[in-house]
Design a protein around this ligand. Structure first.
Ligand SMILES: [Fe+2]
Ligand SMILES: [Fe+2]
Length: 206
């Protein structure tokens, strides 16, 4: 029990403070850097900070899922998605650095909050937990679609990262559905949208 707690705490610290690692090459790594003016560069760095923050939350949600799931086959099936989330973390982190931006100062708070939500969802039972994961992934996908529209068309590097992440999130939602995710009530989905709106608006600035 104590060993588990230490392991999880270590993982949380590494997620928030240590650089993430990607097995796949960063999407768009071979594309040229676009000539963005200062306003555009700040805007893109802000968008990437929001997306990085979303990936911090994804780490916590998947961690919460793994901690509460009693079904080893489900835990196993979600490892791939969870690994891809770590890659998303690495890609957005690198892009923020390239743009001269910084990560959200509130990352520890986002992580802690998401872990708490993940644990609560986990306590509602396997299928509701998966339903929560599936809905999160769908909302992230829609959000990334919005960011693709908001990114300057000439910034191929940022666009390639977001496009690949969006593709991966679709796969994650499908995995959760395939594993037996329940469809969440509309009121819960609205509440989740509201919470993510607060996060995205705050992370753009902080
Ligand atoms: Fe992700
Ligand atoms: Fe995902």
């Amino acid at each position: 029990m104590i060993e588990q707690a230490i392991l999880q705490f270590d993982r949380a610290l590494r997620t928030v403070f240590a650089p993430a690692y990607s097995v796949r090459p960063v999407p768009g790594h071979d594309l040229p850097e676009a000539a963005l003016d200062e306003t555009e560069r700040r805007h893109v760095a802000g968008l990437m900070r929001v997306d990085h923050c979303g990936e911090i939350c994804a780490q916590a949600l998947y961690q919460g899922q793994a901690l509460t799931s009693r079904d080893p086959s489900i835990r196993e099936a979600l490892v791939h998605a969870s690994d891809e989330e770590t890659e998303h973390l690495a890609w957005t982190e690198q892009r923020i650095a390239e743009l001269g931006g910084r990560k959200s100062l509130l990352n520890p708070l986002w992580y802690g909050g998401s872990l708490a939500i993940g644990l609560v969802a986990g306590c509602c039972g396997e299928r509701w937990n998966l339903g929560f994961l599936a809905e999160t992934e769908r909302q992230v996908e829609a959000h990334l679609e919005g960011h693709l529209a908001a990114l300057p068309s000439e910034d191929g590097k940022s666009r390639a990262i977001i496009a690949q992440m969006k593709q991966d999130e679709i796969g994650h939602a499908e995995t959760a559905v395939r594993l037996g995710a329940h469809e969440l009530p509309a009121a819960v989905k609205r509440l989740m949208k509201l919470a993510s709106n607060v996060m995205t608006r705050t992370a753009y600035r902080l």
